[in-house]
Design a protein around this ligand. Structure first.
Ligand code: MN
Ligand code: MN
Length: 295
């Protein structure tokens, strides 16, 4: 069982995340700067008493995940695009992970709806003892019924304190190899739908990083990163605020990456260039009780 005190913290993180997600939806307009949008969301999280659990991801059109604006990024929300906003909030390390998709082009509504309904179907089947591929089947059926494909190599995930992906993956299709059964714990469920082939691949761009574990004590920069983020993801935009300059932050990240001291998250794009929609909620399973923390 998860203690009441911990449940409270997950619920607080969840209510901040869902509130900020709703507010973010109304800020998505063509021509809005991605830096401004991201920073508005991140400051709102802190204003409401949470901390960002990872840099806000803003992934547009065929970009599925892991993009966060660089410092001084000139990109804007393009006309008639499909915009995914993925938000993480933690309270004392207890994380809520939630995402939504916005489009200002009505032609893409069915693509959005397919992932949104898939998330609803997944939440209906979730419970203690349920095999993860049942959840994947609910997602896949719901997306295919509406004429789209689930993205097979992106998954939901179990969550632990300060750990965004703690080992269990929840497939977005009926993956017979995925035999794990859900137990007490916290899980992010995140269907992705596409009009492309249903796979993502790495792009050469890297915007998000995380530490692999506690650093050796003599490494000053890693120590500082560890104190702030533990193994939670961070980005250049954040570091350039605490290190002297963007240049020195960039040099530090490059050096750490070259030496394999940090984990990188390449920006993921749909392999055939298809448009991608995503919805995500975090659920907490505690005995027979299943609470969606990000509604
Ligand atoms: Mn997410
Ligand atoms: Mn997630």
């Amino acid at each position: 069982m998860i203690s009441e005190e911990v449940v409270e913290k997950y619920l607080k993180a969840g209510s901040i995340a869902s509130r900020v997600r709703r507010e973010a939806e109304s800020l998505v307009k063509p021509g809005v700067s991605l830096v401004e949008l991201t920073e508005a969301i991140e400051s709102r999280i802190m204003e409401l008493g949470g901390q960002p659990a990872f840099p806000v991801n803003i992934s547009i059109n065929d970009v599925a995940a892991h993009y966060t604006p660089m410092p001084g990024d000139q990109s804007m929300i393009p006309d008639s695009s499909v915009v995914k906003i993925d938000i993480g909030v933690h309270v004392d390390g207890y994380i809520a992970d939630t995402a939504t998709t916005v489009t200002l082009n009505p032609a893409y509504e069915p693509l959005l709806e397919s992932a949104e309904k898939a998330l609803e179907s997944a939440l209906k089947v979730i419970g203690n003892g349920v095999p993860v591929n049942y959840v994947g089947k609910a997602i896949e059926d719901s997306i295919r019924m509406r004429g789209f494909k689930p993205i097979r190599n992106l998954t939901g995930h179990s969550i632990d304190r300060f750990i965004i992906h703690s080992g269990v993956s929840i497939p977005n299709y009926n993956d017979y190899r995925a035999k794990h059964k859900l137990v007490d714990g916290v899980y992010a469920i995140e269907p992705f739908a596409t009009n492309g082939e249903g796979l993502v691949k790495d792009s050469p761009t890297i915007a998000i990083y995380s530490l692999r574990g506690a650093p050796r004590p003599r490494d000053e920069l890693l120590k500082k990163l560890w104190e702030t983020y533990k193994t939670l993801p961070f980005c250049l935009r954040w570091l350039s605020k605490t290190l002297e300059s963007i240049d020195s932050a960039q040099r530090a990240l490059k050096e750490l990456t070259t030496h394999g001291r940090i984990h990188t998250y390449p920006v993921l794009v749909e392999a055939s260039g298809g448009l991608v929609s995503q919805y995500e909620h975090t659920v907490l399973i505690n005995g027979r009780e299943v609470i969606t923390t990000t509604i």
